[in-house]
Design a protein around this ligand. Structure first.
Ligand SMILES: Nc1ncnc2c1ncn2[C@@H]1O[C@H](COP(=O)(O)OP(=O)(O)O)[C@@H](O)[C@H]1O
Ligand SMILES: [Mg+2]
Length: 309
């Protein structure tokens, strides 16, 4: 067993994924305590720097999701404080939180992602930016927050009605992407290895916030029952994306796969640099399938961060 450390677990914060992060943080903190570490649990507020300075941990476990824990801000603060921390660093976080910036880096590296473009929300009231069906989403949210699927049936109106609720009333700009029909896949990467492929099967509708976090609303098929070449491609692409972006610790790449198009129907949607770490989350599930317990996984993430110069 590795030497006991004093580890600060950062969780909570004020993003739309606050509640998820509190669950990730609790899971991580409990696991670290079970391994004999001393843990300081910090529900992040604007006084976080002072609290970390007072706690003087050996290392920080970042269990935050969304802004500012996943967008480089917290990473920059920790760099300035000369505190070691888990998961990706500042530059990687800034890029990966932004779905459009991610594309600008990964598509030239040969990674298949849906086309599409940034649109001003105001212009959506005049007409469709892409042929229907298409997806609108904020560039830097998570957990499917603010994602709208605009279908040919004229949901939201045609063009989108000013009086209809949707991300266009909340965000000045949105990413518009062609809707990829088919199946929902995800692959975790840790320590230079792609762990596996999970298929997410929402019981009704699509993989929205409720489907992600309400018990029983989505079936996780791990490992996914898909052809070997698709599974291998998910792993290869997730590993390549992790490396090109310079991710550290665990990352998780989300895919859509149009199973009518074979390998040409596989598209990376995004890379999560602070993936969910509740004991029931996808990354721990893939690790477990490889024989790695939740506590082993948490310890491995800490070990990778400690090994950083
Ligand atoms: N281009 C797309 N085609 C089909 N479904 C999509 C597309 N983009 C997003 N989605 C759906 O929205 C979900 C969330 O999108 P994603 O890009 O992973 O952002 P986040 O998980 O950060 O909210 C996906 O898991 C998928 O179900
Ligand atoms: Mg996603």
């Amino acid at each position: 067993m590795s030497a006991p450390l004093h580890i600060a677990v950062l969780m909570g914060g004020w993003s739309s994924e606050r509640e998820v992060s509190l669950m990730s943080g609790k899971g991580v903190a409990d696991a670290l305590e079970s391994r004999g570490h001393r843990v300081t649990r910090i529900d992040m507020g604007h006084d976080v720097a002072g609290r970390l300075a007072a706690a003087k941990p050996d290392i920080v476990f970042n269990a935050l999701h969304g802004t500012p824990g996943e967008d480089g801000s917290v990473q920059g603060m920790l760099d300035l404080m000369r505190l070691k921390y888990t998961h990706s660093g500042l530059a990687t976080s800034v890029i990966a939180i932004d779905k459009q910036l991610t594309k600008l880096l990964l598509v030239p590296a040969g990674i298949p992602m849906p086309g599409g473009r940034i649109v001003k929300s105001e212009t959506l009231y005049e007409g469709d930016p892409l042929p229907r069906p298409y997806v609108l989403k904020p560039v830097n949210e998570g957990s499917s927050v603010g994602v709208a699927i605009v279908t040919a049936e004229g949901n939201y109106g045609s063009p989108i009605g000013r009086d209809v609720a949707g991300p266009w009333s909340e965000f000045d700009e949105l990413l518009a992407e062609p809707y990829i029909r088919g199946r929902e896949l995800t692959t975790a990467v840790l320590g230079g290895q792609a762990l596996g492929v999970t298929e997410l099967k929402p019981k009704n509708g699509w993989y929205d916030f409720d489907a992600k976090y309400t018990d029983g609303l989505t079936e996780h098929v791990c490992p996914a029952q898909i052809p070997d070449d698709i599974a291998e491609a998910c792993k290869r692409i997730a590993l390549a994306a992790h490396r090109v972006l310079g991710c550290k610790g665990a990352s998780r790449s989300d895919f859509r796969w149009d199973d009518e198009r074979g390998i040409d129907g596989l598209f990376l949607l995004e890379v999560n640099t602070q993936p969910g770490m509740t004991p029931l989350s996808l990354v721990p599930e893939q690790a477990r399938h490889l024989g790695m317990s939740y506590a082993d996984l948490v310890q491995a993430i800490v070990d990778e961060a400690l090994a950083e110069p």
